[in-house]
Design a protein around this ligand. Structure first.
Ligand code: NAD
Length: 270
């Protein structure tokens, strides 16, 4: 059998997601670990990727320089501090990019759209298959229920998460706003403490809780007169995001340039 192995370059290799990705690549039959990158001057540099992921040495040492190579896909789950440089490096070499890092700036978002003209990029605030479906269900439910039902959502993540509310929660808010003809910037409300007034009809409350070790829980409520619908997704293990991101990497390797998300990867785009 001469199956071509897909080479994966992991950015943020020493992190919680990076090490989950290393384990998934090592366990796969169609992927190899091309390189592992982490923050310059950080404790991961020079360490063996296998050992970082809790296994034996595999001879791939973590470096601080991203050098995308043909035939590989870059998978970035790090911090948004140098996203621009990483996107530009992939564009220069024509390498597909999977980006799971959340909390990107507006400039980064614009650069992603531009970069999507020349390389395939899959960018998702949440690579879980279940959450991708939740996003779809949120839009369907919001459109079907109409303006008399109020939508509110909350999320819970582990104590180390830096951005709040989560990128996923904001995406769910966006799905509800889009499905009901509301503008995200006007409808989504992430802080009510200073308002001192009752909620307005068009608001979509989006709130983050932090603590413990949960990899992520999201609950969207539709609140009607005398009844309530709750849609909840609970991630039990961050391996689900790693598996989703690698599914996206396999898919992106044979796609034309474009800015995609998990809806495209799962073939759910209408
Ligand atoms: P973490 O803090 O455990 O790991 C981040 C890693 O990135 C660290 O090893 C850090 O040294 C490294 N890093 C920081 N700056 C870097 C740089 N300039 N170049 C290379 N590496 C750099 O965080 P985590 O829990 O693994 O999460 C990483 C990111 O992924 C966060 O933005 C998080 O919100 C996001 N995330 C996304 C999904 C999703 O499905 N999209 C799921 C989980 C986490």
């Amino acid at each position: 059998m001469t199956q071509r192995m897909l080479s994966i370059i992991i950015v943020g290799a020493r992190g919680r997601m990076g090490t989950a990705l290393i384990r998934e690549v090592m366990d796969s039959e169609d992927m190899t670990l091309g390189a592992c990158v982490d923050r310059s001057g950080g404790p991961g540099i020079g360490q063996d990727a296998g050992r970082l992921a809790g296994g034996p040495d595999i001879g791939v040492l973590v470096t601080d320089e991203l050098r995308p190579r043909r035939g590989s896909v870059v998978v970035d789950f790090s911090l948004p501090n140098a996203t621009e440089a990483r996107i530009r490096a992939c564009v220069e070499q024509g390498i597909p990019l999977i980006i799971g890092t959340t909390g990107l700036s507006e400039e980064d978002d614009k650069l992603l759209v531009e970069a999507g003209q020349s390389i395939p990029i899959v960018y998702a605030a949440n690579f879980s298959v279940g959450v991708t479906l939740l996003l779809q269900l949120a839009g369907v439910a919001a459109a079907a229920l109409g303006p008399d039902w109020e939508a509110e959502l909350f999320e819970l993540h582990h104590r180390f998460k830096r951005d709040a509310p989560s990128g996923t929660a904001l995406r769910i808010g966006q799905a509800v706003a889009d499905a009901t003809g509301r503008k995200f910037s006007e409808a989504v409300m992430t802080d009510r403490a200073s308002l001192r007034r009752a909620r307005e009809k068009q608001e979509i409350g989006v709130f983050g809780l932090r603590g413990g070790d949960s990899p992520g829980e999201h609950t969207l409520m539709f609140l009607g007169e005398g009844e309530r619908i709750e849609l909840t997704h609970r991630a039990g293990d961050r391996a689900i995001f790693a598996r989703g991101a690698l599914r996206a990497a396999r898919w992106a390797a044979s796609q034309p340039p474009g800015l995609y998300d998990m809806v495209d990867v799962l073939g759910l785009r209408e």
